[in-house]
Design a protein around this ligand. Structure first.
Ligand code: ATP
Length: 821
């Protein structure tokens, strides 16, 4: 028999011997690979529109023995399963065409035994001849009857047994390897044990026929042999596991032809349905344009998912009954056979790594490498080096060395091996962290709001009132440098006590007038700035690179004493002074403020991104739901297909859509929760930024008055404050806008359905405020500062952009309730 060598599923035809061979219609061509079906004039035969068919196959067996079938069709597949490839031999054809005869044969007649007993025999013969390998064989025998699975290697005596077992069996997949959960996989150590299992299965099959009152051969049977192969000689940690499926499909039949009724009709319906699913799968597999097959449509196709083409050596025997009365079924079988020939197959070995052996190999390799290293050390005179894990004492010593290295009392840390390198790095990391915490603690003691990420702690501080009473967000101003903000005044309760300041300034002036005659007075230039008035003191803070030193200096009011003694005659404007302040005493606080603002900006960006993602997710959910509903309607239109328990059977595509819908809903819920959390975080961060602003302003007020107040009267300070009034007003407006939006958003969270309405309200409100601002003083007085800065007003704009995408979230959230069924 010639062998077809293309990488496709191999298909052969076997004819059932008959005295009524329809030789004027069917002929087997000389090449023994073609079956021709000729024109039929009769109206009730085949399709009288098409005249002739020629089906080209991998081989045609006409009146041949069981022996020849096995040698030509099965032997090669079996040998390859022993090499680690999966294999499938499958019989397909109309009822009575000889599938069972081919696959099982007469179990009581040795010469007429079929493919399965011959496979078992050949398998064990081969195993015995392959001395370098050890094989383990496990066998399972599965029956699929009316789309229900039954384990034929379990003793089942009653109908209840069968029904219970059917519920326990289900199909699973593990890295593309299909198996039936709950099915017995029995070990067979010899040909005899394996044959016993076959016969046991056959017996159970006939008991089942009796108990369930089912008709003979109205089920699909899959006899599975799992072959595990390990090399005896090599210490290789890889081994192969292959699966050989020997499949006897139930025979198709035409209901009209057999006039079936009752149980028989029901059986025939299931058989035809599952075979048509099989045909569909084969059709999809053979179509290069389709990259998806609905294997889950039936138990049969699902169980054969890894057995039709693909990585598996698959052979199909199409059994035909070449009599005139069966010509229609014959053509249908040959058509299916032709399609099957197009299914691509690229068999690959199923190699698995044995973890126990792999560890053994690694240990051996490790030992060998250690020996190599020891030899190398001896050759280069590096004796006495240990590669064992470091002891407590050694770690302590390394830590000591690292500390001395950092403080400069040690030039090098002594290192001999990689473990020591790791220990040194770990120690340095720990020292770094400890120092970081130390510095952080000092900052916290001073400013409270320094931790960018620890929201819980910040909450705690807020609740316990440790934010030093900074609560109001009024009285700030616009930004000048894009990094910080311009000057303004703190809220009333935070302002400097003017009376006390004036008193203090008067005292200072008196002290100044008592300066000794020889003492040099500052020049006007020096007076114009606190930095210029005294080269030491505050100036030192700016030039210092030591944070800690700077920090402690800022804390000490006594540092300013010298400057206070020499108030400049013409104080700089608050704007200029504020820039100086941010470079000197306000340096740390301003840094924290900028950092907090950056965090806030990044959170706002995250917020906007997440909202966009949620909207997209909602669109996907809507689309998937529409598709699923369409599929459902199609199914309902075509008539529902129920299983034995009256449950609806849905096809693969609908199942996938429902699963996808559930998955999308899950993601949607998750994202939505994140979105809510992020929102609260943004509000919280906004509060932190506001608090920082006020703290900075408060400190600035104190500093400014200490440096420049001449103590004449209270009106001086009022003038300074009012000189920035326009800017402040504008900032107050910004903060109010943000507060309004924040309040709106809180309301939105409590009632999501109102989202579109409230969004529209917010938009309108923003428009009004913009227009009002344009026509009022602040815009005219300080347009450059206010438009280009990056503080209150700009962030309010950004906030507005972010919130525009929210209505879609609202719609999704509203629908979410109905989606969760
Ligand atoms: N090649 C053959 N040589 C001898 N007898 C055969 C051959 N093919 C089929 N038969 C006989 O035909 C009858 C029906 O065959 P078989 O039961 O194998 O058909 P089937 O395709 O399995 O039918 P069903 O789908 O109903 O199970 C049996 O008696 C069988 O012995």
């Amino acid at each position: 028999m010639p062998h077809h060598t293309s990488n496709k599923v191999k298909v052969y035809v076997r004819t059932r011997p008959t005295n009524n061979f329809a030789s004027d219609i069917i002929s087997v061509e000389r090449d023994n690979r073609t079956v021709s079906v000729h024109r039929v004039a009769s109206a009730n035969a085949v399709d009288n529109k098409i005249n002739d068919w020629a089906f080209h196959l991998d081989g045609v067996f006409h009146n041949v023995s069981q022996d020849e079938i096995f040698d030509s069709v099965a032997k090669d597949v079996i040998n390859r399963t022993l090499d680690g490839y999966n294999g499938t031999i499958m019989c397909y054809g109309q009822t009575g065409a000889g599938k069972t005869h081919t696959m099982t044969g007469f179990t009581e007649s040795y010469p007429n035994r079929g493919v399965i007993p011959r496979t078992i025999q050949h398998l064990f013969q081969e195993i015995n001849s392959r001395q370098d390998f050890s094989y383990s064989i496990r066998i399972a025998y599965l029956e699929i009857y009316n789309d229900q699975m039954c384990d034929l290697l379990r003793t089942l005596d009653s109908k209840t047994d069968y029904q219970q077992q059917q519920q326990q069996l289900s199909i699973g997949e593990d890295v593309g390897f299909v198996y039936v959960k709950g099915l017995s996989y029995r070990i067979a150590n010899s040909e005899e044990e394996a044959l016993n299992l076959l016969f046991e299965g056959e017996t159970n099959r006939s008991i089942g026929q009796h108990v369930l009152n089912k008709q003979s051969s109205r089920s699909h049977c899959i006899f599975t042999i799992i072959i595990e192969c390990r090399s005896i000689l090599s210490s290789d940690d890889k081994y192969t596991v292959s699966k050989l499926n020997l499949v006897d499909l139930a025979g198709s039949e035409r209901l009209a032809k057999t006039n079936s009724e009752g149980v028989t009709k029901r059986e025939a319906t299931f058989i035809n349905k599952s075979l048509s699913f099989l045909e569909q799968v084969v059709l999809n597999l053979s179509d290069k344009k389709t990259n998806y097959s609905h294997f889950r449509s039936s138990k049969l196709t699902h169980a054969l998912k890894d057995s039709i083409g693909g990585r598996c050596n698959t052979v199909m025997i199409a059994n035909i009954w070449p009599e005139l009365q069966h010509i229609e079924e014959t053509v249908s079988t040959l058509r299916f056979a032709s399609r099957m020939m197009c299914v691509p197959a690229e068999p690959t070995v199923n190699e698995i790594i044995d973890p126990v052996k792999a560890i053994e190999n690694y240990k051996r390799e490790n030992k060998y490498l250690k020996e190599e290293l020891a030899l190398h050390n001896t050759l280069v005179n590096r004796n006495g080096i240990s590669y064992e894990p470091l002891s407590e004492q050694q770690l302590y010593e390394i830590e000591n060395q690292c500390r001395r290295f950092i403080d400069g009392s040690l030039d090098d840390v002594e290192i001999q091996n990689v473990r020591q390198v790791q220990a040194v790095f770990n120690t340095l990391k720990n020292i770094c962290r400890a120092t970081e915490k130390d510095i952080e603690k000092k900052y916290r003691d001073r400013y409270v709001l320094t931790d960018k990420h620890d929201y819980d702690q910040q909450d705690g501080q807020k609740l316990s009132g440790t934010t030093q009473g900074v609560t109001s967000i009024g009285g700030t101003s616009g930004e000048l440098d894009g990094q910080s903000f311009g000057i303004g005044t703190a809220s009333k309760d935070q302002r400097v006590n003017k009376e006390a300041l004036l008193k203090m300034t008067r005292n200072k002036r008196q002290a100044t007038s008592k300066t000794s005659p020889g003492q040099q007075q500052p020049t006007p230039k020096e007076k114009s700035s606190p930095l210029g008035s005294k080269p030491t003191g505050a100036t030192l803070q700016r030039s210092s690179t030591n944070d800690e030193e700077q920090f402690s200096r800022v804390k000490e009011p006594s540092d300013m004493t010298d400057m206070k003694d020499q108030p400049p005659s013409t104080p700089p404007t608050r704007t200029i002074a504020f820039e100086e302040f941010k470079q000197t005493r306000g340096l740390n606080l301003n840094k924290i403020y900028v950092e907090n603002k950056e965090i806030l900006a990044s959170k706002k960006k995250q917020f906007a991104d997440l909202a966009r993602g949620i909207n997209q997710m909602k669109t996907d959910i809507d689309k998937t739901r529409t598709d699923a509903e369409r599929k459902k309607n199609e199914r309902l239109t075509m008539g529902e297909f129920l299983n034995e328990n009256g449950e609806t059977i849905i096809d693969e595509e609908e199942y996938e859509l429902i699963a996808k819908l559930q998955e999308l809903k899950g993601i949607y819920r998750n994202d939505y929760d994140q979105w809510k959390d992020l929102k609260s975080e943004i509000n919280y961060c906004q509060n932190l930024v506001n608090q920082c602003q006020h703290r900075l302003l408060q400190e600035f007020d104190i500093w400014y008055n200490e440096c420049y107040s001449n103590g004449n009267n209270a009106t001086d300070i009022d003038d300074i404050i009012s000189s920035n009034k326009a800017t402040n007003e504008y900032q107050v407006y910004d903060d109010a806008a943000e507060r309004f939006e924040r309040m709106q958003k809180e309301l939105l969270l409590s009632d999501l359905d109102s989202m579109p309405f409230r969004q529209a309200q917010m938009r309108t409100n923003r428009r009004h405020v913009f227009n009002a601002a344009r026509t009022q003083g602040p815009w005219k007085q300080a347009p450059t500062t206010t438009i280009t800065n990056n503080t209150g007003f700009r962030s309010a704009q950004n906030y507005a952009q972010e919130t525009f995408s929210l209505p879609a979230i609202s719609v999704g959230a509203g629908r979410q309730k109905s989606m969760v069924r």
